[in-house]
Design a protein around this ligand. Sequence first.
Ligand SMILES: *Cc1c(COP(=O)(O)O)cnc(C)c1O
Length: 458
Amino acid sequence: MAKEESEAEKEQKLLSDADERSLHYIRGNPTRRVFPSPSSLSSLSSFDEPFPSSPSSPSLTLSLLDTLGSPATTATNGPSYFGFVIGASLPIAAATERLVLAWDQSGASFLTSPISSKIETIAGKWILEVLNLPNNCAVGFGTSASACTLVALAAARRELLSRVGWDFDNNGLFGAPEIKVVISELIHITVKKALRVLGFGMNRLIIAPMDHYGRVDPSKLPPLDSFTILCLQAGELNTGEFDPFSQIIPLAKKAGAWVHVDGAFGLWARASSRSELTEGIELADSWTTDAHKWLNTPYDSAMIICRYPHVLAGAMNSDAVYMSGSADSQKNLTLEFSRRPRGISIWATLRVLGRDGVKEMVDRHCNLAKRIGEGLGKQGFEVLNRVVINQVLFRCATDEQTQKVLQAAQASGKTWFGGTNWQGRPAMRISVSSWRTQQSHGDEVVALLGRIAAECAK
Ligand SMILES: *Cc1c(COP(=O)(O)O)cnc(C)c1O
């Protein structure tokens, strides 16, 4: 009689199966449809089944997920996806995640995971180095720029109130002095979301008007004071533009305002040869940025960086009688208590790339975006931005053509990028942010768009 498999043997087999399927998926990346085919999408209805009443074979569930699920993925981890700013997963980041998954650590504090605490402390230091920010800032590794912005703005409000003696933690906002918020006109929706969730009120936000390029215009900056939070951005999602930090932040700081910068992807320009775009950004009070976008780590991985470690640790403190931690424990810098130590794959990626490797990747993407912009111009498209970093904003002569070309490109399966609205008219946006994307992939998308435009013009 065959010996029954032990639990350990079953686990090994299942995990190996998953690893093999993952490798097979990765091998298919270069030729995968970039957006799933209609038939792969309609197969998704097979997942509509009743919740099972009894256990079943894990390997069958994995197989179902791979067989029907893999073809219904968008190939964001491939070379020809230019949508949003998505990034791919660098091999070292993906490999590290696999090991960390086996560790299954709760990266709350040293107590729950000494290794996570150690590595994330180093990752934080290296982040400040690669982004050239003050070396005594606190770095919290959170799930997303959205969550990290929420953290930053909560800490900012609490601190501005504390400077006039208001005890936010005990009294909340009942009867508190009003904190006003000034945002750039084109600030990202997730900053607005954070402000809304925190109760700042959409109707009360004060808009800082933009200049011709879509940056906050310093000459039209609304009045700021020590009860103001000013939200600026590095890397506008359509144009990639940067607010003129060196002109604005010193004024804001002089007025006593708190300056927060959303640099979800754009902050990485600071690690590149285009760092002059970020000049003066180091004067801000807090910053958010993603690793899952331009650093090409897997989801979900972002950072809140705060100039004043005690301010962040005060706002996010979650010490309890049964678990307290130092001020730099990640549970005291982020929203999470139990948490995946997402800083580890950031550390591994920075260790492998080094300063030069990060610079090379960001530069390569910016150079390729420039080349794509020039190529599209030659194909007769109207390029709407200056292509300062990795974003290309463009359209056809008529809105109808723009819509047609976009739909045809998305349906082609050869690439994918999204539409947007720029100054009241439809436009298309290409973002270069995957380590897998080479010059040839950029040239292919330009040629493809040329063919599609010619076809649509018939
Ligand atoms: C993507 C993005 C965000 C939101 O980041 P998430 O990590 O997706 O929450 C915020 N601001 C800008 C400019 C972005 O591009």
